[in-house]
Design a protein around this ligand. Structure first.
Ligand code: AMP
Length: 540
């Protein structure tokens, strides 16, 4: 017997319709590429999304066709999200920081029909266009006055929108139909497409608003620093309208000073981004003796948040850090670190240790850890193994992939190595390919990096395994000093004593001016491994 409840499909258009109807005058503020701030509200964003949907129909975009974007976080990108998915097409966000060859591959693999781009990316688009014959048009996300000279026959975003009526009835779509597409920024091999559905997106948006997740409400002002081309800015362009929160988009200016100005001016209460972004912000705040007047919490994830960063935010600035973990394949939210009541009775030391973990699964995500044979390992906070996940917003296969079924007995292998404790807290030991295998035992590169950046003279650190005749591999520490610091190899290695097991202490230190990062701000370990593969350790 079926229940007798309305069978309304979960459609992305319902988010913007809700935000318009119940939070119509809540603002969306964007720093534009052309310069200055753009300010409007959910009602206006909904109206322009409907105009854009009409424009897409007029351009001949059909349901299921992919529409690409090369764009920063801004109001036009937000309208594209809703117009494209709302009309039944697939919003394909492309990471402009990838190499042009990778972008060409992605655009062609996705068979994008049109590509919308911010003016910043015109030189890139001109390079791509000859290699992307299936793209029917390139749309500059600006108005007539700012249309650039180009060898390409460009379309103008504002002309498209203004030429169409705002009467558009969002179609009722099968909730399992594809809504958006995002390619993983794989460090090896070709990027792989993760194809989200309307259903997965709505469920993820519900889940991420929960109090023990991002705790979003209509009283929040949310500034996603994480780009809309990196797993849909962790879903914030969907969860903010669901909650009725004000949105602030930072555009292309992600330096500390520009972000701080927006935080203060718009009274931002909640933000989200990868650790490298916060490094720049904290440096700016510290060197100018500033304080946050409205920021209550910030979500940090994408790579392990160094404990030192959590301490600085919480102790020096009174900003709660929500350490979170996820993946492109998981929409992305998997875990968020928030305490249970009993943890408040713990000692400061115990609480800090708990906070360094990646957090608990939110409802909608199930996790387990397994050994090499696939046997489930105990949830005791000690045993570590391959982390597997499943749930309705987790990828079941990649888009048009020749790689076969990625699942293992219905579970998605994350490629992360982790522990799970009795309270459900997950702690990432490492990416399985980054873990250092020394004499048959494993050393966590993340733990060593976290220890290094806890040193007051260290700005950033990476640890990679280097071949060793006796131990197979030993850790090499590659470090960027803070400006003006003169830290030596010996001083830094001494700092590890008592902080990690003796046999974990790196065998050598190399000081560099900067570290390589991936297009989503993670340390590019493949490059470092390649660069230092012949490094002679003093212990070898
Ligand atoms: P991406 O799909 O590019 O977002 O990358 C996902 C991967 O980033 C995960 O599988 C982890 O290896 C890593 N990652 C994300 N968040 C964290 C975190 N809080 N701590 C450690 N690693 C993380």
């Amino acid at each position: 017997m079926h229940g007798l409840m309305m069978d309304l499909p979960l459609n992305i258009s319902s988010l913007i319709r809700h935000a318009d109807r119940y939070h119509g005058d809540t603002e969306i503020v964007s720093r534009t590429v052309e310069g200055g701030l753009h300010r409007y509200d959910y009602a206006a964003a909904h109206r322009r999304s409907r105009q854009l949907a009409n424009a897409l129909v007029a351009l001949g975009v059909a349901p299921s066709q992919r529409v690409g974007t090369l764009a920063w976080n801004g109001h036009r990108h937000f309208e594209i999200y809703y117009a494209v998915s709302g009309m039944g097409a697939v919003c394909h966000t492309i990471n402009p920081r990838l190499f042009p060859e990778q972008i060409t591959y992605i655009v062609n693999h996705a068979e994008d029909s049109y590509v919308f781009f911010d003016l910043t990316f015109l030189p890139l688009v001109e390079k791509l266009a000859p290699h992307c014959p299936a793209v029917r048009g390139w749309v500059a996300m600006t108005d007539k006055a700012h249309m650039p000279d180009s060898s390409l026959d460009l379309l103008c975003y504002e002309d498209l929108v203004n030429a169409h009526s705002d009467r558009f009835d969002w179609p009722e779509l099968d909730e399992r139909s594809a809504s958006s597409l995002c390619y993983t920024s794989g460090t090896t091999g070709n990027p792989k497409g993760v194809l989200y559905s309307h259903r997965s997106t709505i469920l993820h948006a519900y889940g991420s608003c929960l109090p023990d997740a991002l705790n979003l409400s209509a009283r929040d002002v949310v500034l996603p620093v994480v780009p809309m081309f990196h797993v849909n800015a962790w879903g914030l362009p969907y969860s903010a309208p669901l909650a009725g929160a004000k949105l602030v988009f930072p555009g292309a200016q992600l330096d500390g000073a520009s972000l701080m100005e927006l935080f203060e001016q718009e009274q931002v209460s909640c933000s989200a981004g990868v650790p490298t972004i916060w490094l720049g912000l904290l440096q700016h705040v510290r060197s100018n003796a500033l304080q946050f007047s409205s920021l209550k919490r910030t979500v940090i994830g994408g790579s392990a948040c160094p404990p030192a960063m959590i301490r600085t935010f919480e102790d020096d600035y009174g900003v709660q850090v929500l350490h979170a973990w996820g993946m492109t394949e998981m929409s992305p939210l998997g875990t968020v670190n928030t305490f249970k009541s009993r943890h408040f009775a713990w000692s400061r030391e115990q609480r800090e240790a708990l906070q360094n973990k990646q957090g608990r699964a939110i409802f909608g995500v199930d996790m387990k850890i397994v050994d090499d044979q696939g046997n489930e390992l105990p949830r005791d906070g000690k045993a570590f193994g391959d982390l597997l996940v499943r749930g309705p917003w987790i990828c079941s296969e990649y888009y048009r992939s020749e790689g076969g079924d990625p699942l293992r007995d219905g579970w998605f292998p994350t490629g992360d190595v982790a522990t799970l404790d009795q309270d459900g807290f997950m702690h990432i030991t490492d990416r399985s390919k980054d873990v250092i295998k020394s004499g048959g035992e494993w050393i966590s590169s993340i733990d060593l990096e976290n220890t290094a950046v806890a040193h007051p003279a260290v700005a950033e650190a990476a640890v990679v395994g280097v071949a060793h005749p006796k131990w197979d591999e030993r850790p090499l520490l590659v470090v960027v000093r803070k400006p003006g610091e003169t830290l030596t190899r010996e001083e830094l290695l001494k700092f590890f004593e008592g902080r990690v097991a003796k046999w974990w202490i790196p065998d050598d230190v190399v000081f560099v001016d900067s570290l390589p990062h991936t297009a989503t701000g993670k340390l590019l370990k493949t490059r470092l491994r390649e660069e230092y593969k012949d490094h002679r350790l003093p212990t070898a």
